[in-house]
Design a protein around this ligand. Structure first.
Ligand code: GLU
Length: 296
């Protein structure tokens, strides 16, 4: 007897990095992720992406939680902290290494900049592949000598292994299948010199571990989706649907940044703004600022 297939339980998430306080654009993103889940009787999770030791600050974690609660954003279950999941990221790196898809890279930022021939991808210079050519002996020698290194994916090998890929975009008008093009990003870093895993690796692994079915995030991360889709394919992980919303911009047309304080939720709170009114305005797309890029 065949059993009926259970309708998919929607899981969304908001995944801030605690590198500063949240601004209204983050608030809008979190509200959308929550509303999407609530509207479908699903689950909304909160993940703190705190593995960037140079930029993450514990005081921002507390601030972010306070900001979200103030705005009326509620999440289900425990908050997931990436800093507590390092071992899982390491295990995935081991798997990728065993598949022959990673190589150590000893280049400094200056080395990469100096490579004038480096082509540019959607996110800036594409790594020219200098360290890909190092033999196993040289790699071992440099690592044993304690040379700082990152681990990069061998994009040609990984894309050959994965074959053609696409991802599902969801939006108000329904869903769309989009061809993924990870190759344009070149050999991206999956483990940094100064952090045990890159955003691409930790985010992909955690979305899968949390059972996220719908990722809603800013249009600035549109290109990351190509890379995440590739990692899902090589690591046998499910692929959620994605939506990249426009970004809020200031009066000069510049993207709001965590640094630029004036439109931070914390600042609005001290100005005595009513969070219910602010949340209603954001939901109705009455923004205190401009908007650019992506589909809302
Ligand atoms: N942590 C990322 C950020 O704050 C967002 C990650 C994501 O939504 O995939 O920009």
């Amino acid at each position: 007897m065949t059993r009926p297939v259970a309708p998919q339980h929607m899981v969304t998430r908001f995944a801030p990095s605690p590198t500063g306080r949240l601004h209204v654009g983050h608030g809008w993103s979190a509200l959308m992720a929550m509303d999407l889940a609530r509207g479908a009787g699903g689950t909304m999770r909160l993940r703190i992406e705190d593995i960037d030791g140079t930029r993450s600050r514990p005081e921002h974690v507390a601030g972010i939680i306070e900001d979200l609660r103030w705005l009326g954003v509620e999440w289900d279950g425990d908050i997931l902290f990436q800093s507590q999941r390092i071992r899982l990221y390491m295990a995935a790196l081991d798997r990728l290494r065993d598949m022959g898809l990673l190589y150590p890279c000893f280049c400094t930022r200056a080395d990469i900049q100096a490579s004038l021939t480096a082509p540019h991808g959607p996110e800036g210079p594409v790594y020219p592949g200098t360290c890909r050519a190092l033999g196993a002996e040289e790699q071992t020698h440099r690592i044993a000598a304690g040379k700082a290194h990152a681990w990069r994916i061998d994009m040609a090998q990984a894309t050959a292994r994965a074959g053609p890929l696409c991802w599902h975009a969801f939006g108000a008008e329904g869903s769309e299948v989009i061809a993924a093009n990870p190759a344009v990003h070149g050999d991206v870093v999956l483990a940094r010199k100064d952090a045990p895993a890159s955003y691409h690796l930790s985010c992909t692994l955690d979305d899968a571990a949390m059972g996220v079915t719908h990722v809603l995030r800013g249009a600035d991360l549109r290109h990351a989706t190509d890379i995440h889709r590739l990692l899902q394919a090589v690591l046998d992980l499910p692929s959620p649907a994605y939506r990249h919303h426009p970004l809020l911009v200031d009066a000069q047309g510049q993207r709001l940044a965590k640094r630029s304080g004036s439109l931070s939720l914390a600042q609005l709170r001290t100005q005595g703004i009513d969070p219910r009114v602010l949340a209603a305005d954001l939901r109705a797309r009455r923004f205190p600022v401009g908007i650019s890029g992506g589909k809302a």
